[in-house]
Design a protein around this ligand. Structure first.
Ligand SMILES: Cc1cc2nc3c(=O)[nH]c(=O)nc-3n(C[C@H](O)[C@H](O)[C@H](O)COP(=O)(O)OP(=O)(O)OC[C@H]3O[C@@H](n4cnc5c(N)ncnc54)[C@H](O)[C@@H]3O)c2cc1C
Length: 380
């Protein structure tokens, strides 16, 4: 759909992303996914496009400006390759960049941000624990002060990029129970007391890594605390907003891929003497997929506009996230149905999207938690 928010700069950025994905990613997706990793060179090629520099000062290798439309465009276009693991592998760092840029001390920022943004080093966010991910306010990893250090004990799991990242933003309990007792820490992977192990085989996102992190009397300098003591919960919640916008945009890319591949198949495949596309039932499936794409695209545009102009549209983002994961699930299922048996074979985008849609309904705030938050934002 044509957007009234398009500008020459945004269109040019979309063109750049489209040719980057078409040339550097799509031809290799199957190989990378089966191999379980993307080459590190891809991090650096993506970094060279500036996609992790939105909202980051130029002195740290950032773009010196922010634009939610462009953020959404890069997530949408990355997803068009049809392998969610690629975006998870290279873009997993995105959710740790903003807290580092906003809350880490300036020495840390000067030292690590240019490498993270250029794709030379990886970074991850560690919030979820083996005991649970939804109930962030009750996380149990503990940090206690010992002189000029904080000592962390506990564990995080499902951490995207956890096996390959050098830097981590870790949430730990520094105070009492509940949301007012949580702080954020900057942690380096070579810290004594830090260890990690890879999560076993996953349903999707094969070419990205997820890890369980262990902190065993792990000492970090007191200056590694990010932001004010016991103020971490708010920072985590604020950080979720742009992550969720990126997930919505990624799902839009997945839905567009479903439409593209199911139309192509329906035009080529003949049953009962005519192409599938001439059967009314199939035409209606295409219409239903297309309508959901239009709805999500229009909604996402409005959200991007509100993010740019402020204040952060928290409730709209929550509602759009659960709406879009439901819409994306519908599109993946209908596209799979149109492809028939061919869709069930490995090596096509729809088969992978069908498997990977579920993580979008869980990660970054599950559908249930999104509905809960949306209603709370309504003052209820
Ligand atoms: C591939 C992948 C990558 C991830 N990457 C990261 C990462 O990089 N960093 C990170 O910190 N985390 C990451 N996560 C974790 C993710 O954020 C959590 O899985 C998510 O927050 C849900 O937590 P949980 O899995 O522990 O489910 P739980 O919190 O145990 O919830 C289980 C189910 O119950 C539902 N539920 C929970 N509470 C309620 C309630 N009050 N009412 C109704 N229903 C409820 C949930 O919606 C969910 O469906 C990742 C997860 C996956 C699968």
């Amino acid at each position: 759909m044509t957007s009234p928010f398009d500008t020459p700069e945004r269109s040019a950025f979309r063109d750049t992303m489209q040719s980057f994905v078409a040339q550097e990613i799509t031809p290799h997706c199957d190989t990378w996914d089966e191999a379980g990793a993307v080459p590190w060179a891809l991090h650096q090629k993506a970094g060279a496009l500036g996609i992790w520099g939105f909202g980051i000062d130029e002195k740290h290798g950032g773009l010196g400006f922010d634009d939610c439309f462009m953020r959404a465009t890069y997530s949408e276009e990355l997803a068009r390759c049809g392998a969610g693991g690629v975006a998870a592998a290279i873009n997993g760092r995105m959710i740790s960049i903003e807290p580092i840029a906003r809350l880490a001390n300036s020495d840390i920022q000067d030292r690590v941000l240019p490498d993270i943004i250029a794709g030379r080093k990886g970074s991850s966010l560690g919030v979820t624990e083996p005991g649970g991910g939804s109930d962030v306010a009750n996380l149990t990893t503990r940090a206690h002060r010992d002189g000029n250090h904080w000592v962390l004990n506990g564990s995080k799991t499902f951490i995207t990029g956890g096996m390959t990242s050098d830097y981590f933003v870790v949430a730990a309990r520094t105070g009492g129970d509940g949301l007012t007792g949580i702080s954020l820490f900057f942690v380096e992977s070579d810290t004594i007391g830090f260890s990690r192990s890879a999560l076993p085989r996953k349903m999707g996102w094969w070419c990205s890594d997820q890890a369980t992190l262990f902190f065993d009397d792990m000492r970090v300098p007191a200056t590694n605390m990010m932001g004010a003591e016991n103020n971490g919960f708010l920072a985590i919640m604020e950080n979720f907003n742009l992550e969720r916008v990126g997930l919505i945009a990624g799902m839009l890319g997945m839905m567009k891929t479903c439409l593209e591949d199911s139309i192509a198949w329906a035009q080529e495949r003949e049953t009962f003497g005519k192409p599938l596309i001439r059967h009314q039932v199939i035409r209606h499936k295409i219409a239903e997929i297309s309508a959901r794409i239009d709805a999500v695209e229009a909604w996402l545009n409005m959200i991007c506009w509100k993010v740019n102009t402020g204040p952060m549209p928290v409730a709209e983002i929550c509602k759009a996230k659960f709406f879009t994961s439901k819409a994306c699930e519908f599109c993946a299922s209908e596209a799979m149905q149109i492809l028939g048996g061919a869709g069930y074979l490995r090596g096509n985008r729809i088969e992978r999207i069908y498997r990977e849609v579920k993580v979008m309904a869980i990660g970054g705030g599950s559908e249930e938690i999104m509905r809960d938050l949306a209603v709370r934002q309504m003052g209820l």
